[in-house]
Ligand binder design. Structure first.
Ligand SMILES: *Cc1c(COP(=O)(O)O)cnc(C)c1O
Length: 340
């Protein structure tokens, strides 16, 4: 077995405890078997309730930096039903901070109904600013402008990029790899292993790629299923996040873009737009494994995994850990389509 290092040697920065860790691993009793896979769920949907999903791990690092900088307000952005924005709103509430969320909508003059994550953002006391799809292209500038505005009012903002996907936030998933390796049964720690996950802004992928290399875990091969942009975009984004992280923490490994495996065959019509196949696999996972997937991220990743499982050489290995990154609240805006 190749030598592995624990991340203690990497001199990682501090984090605040926000996620319930370690999250459990549990076998897929029926969905995996039907696909001819040996399938485990890594239940990162159980990092919490308010702070459920993968964003909780990223926010542990981001909040530590925000607090060290003396911030009193978190500023971030996302799609209208962003899980990241909701998690940030609750992280702020738990730590006695405020949150300003820039949420992307078709028409800012006609804000959407307070359903699902938007309801939760409001309950957590976050200030919501609606931005159009056009304005959202300049989201980094818009967030900087909000930070200046807050500064002029005597407040101190900490800006978190979309999805919490900064080099710092990504470290949450480096630790998740170490956590997974510690909890896997002995037989799963040797031999080829697929790590399947959904890619939305790339931070989770960057952390997983850094993690398997930092641990020297060569048999573990991450495969990211894109939910919006194409594979070339995400290879570049993830490699850039990893390179930035390595500049900041030089003990981190190199992650070449051409080693990244991203599958963009399951995006469907676009971000947060479901396909009938995607909805069907959500129903199957619920009925057959008793697990809730979501239409925006994990449903697309599971559809990708299920499809590639049936193709020869479609996956690095038939032994698979599926990172369940959360998103349950994202089911509710699809109630009519799902109940049919
Ligand atoms: C944000 C999110 C993802 C994507 O993670 P990134 O780090 O943004 O790529 C996957 N699943 C769920 C449920 C999410 O909310």
């Amino acid at each position: 077995m190749p030598a592995t290092r624990e991340p203690a040697a990497l001199n990682l920065p501090p984090r605040v405890p926000l996620a319930r860790l370690p999250t459990p691993i549990e076998p897929s009793p029926r969905v995996g078997a039907a696909l001819g896979l040996d399938l485990l769920y890594k239940r990162d949907d159980l990092t919490g309730l308010e702070l459920s999903g993968n964003k909780a791990r990223k926010l542990e690092y981001l909040l530590a930096e925000a607090e060290a900088a003396g911030a009193d307000t978190l500023v971030t952005c996302g799609g209208v039903q962003s899980n990241h924005c909701r998690a940030t709103a609750f992280a702020a509430a738990k730590r006695g901070l405020r949150a300003v969320l820039l949420l992307r909508v078709p028409d800012p003059a006609r804000p959407p109904a307070p359903e699902a994550n938007v309801l939760l953002d409001r309950l957590a006391g976050a200030e919501i600013r609606w931005v159009s799809h056009d304005e959202y292209r300049r989201r980094a500038e818009l967030m900087d402008a909000v930070a200046s505005e807050l500064r002029a009012a005597g407040r101190r903002a900490y800006v978190i990029p979309e999805g919490g996907s900064s080099p710092l936030g990504s470290l949450g998933y480096l630790l998740a790899v170490a956590e997974l390796r510690r909890q896997l049964p002995e037989a799963w720690r040797t031999g080829p292993l697929t790590l399947a996950y959904a890619v939305g802004s790339g931070g989770t992928g960057a952390g997983l790629e850094l993690g398997v290399r930092a641990l020297g875990w060569k048999d573990a091969r991450p495969v990211g299923f894109a939910v919006c942009n194409d594979a070339a975009y995400f290879r570049a984004t993830i490699a850039a996040l990893c390179a930035d992280a390595r500049r900041r923490w030089p003990a981190l490994p190199e992650v070449p873009a051409d080693e990244l495996r991203i599958d963009d065959g399951f995006i469907g019509p676009g971000y947060a737009q479901a396909t009938s196949d995607g909805l069907e696999i959500i129903r199957r996972a619920a009925r057959e494994d008793g697990v809730l997937l979501d239409p925006v991220y994990t449903g697309k990743a599971m559809l990708g995994l299920a499809t590639r499982a049936r193709e020869p050489g479609g996956l690095p290995a038939p032994r698979v850990v599926f990172f369940h990154t959360g998103g349950a609240f994202g089911l509710f805006p699809f109630a009519n389509a799902l109940a049919g």
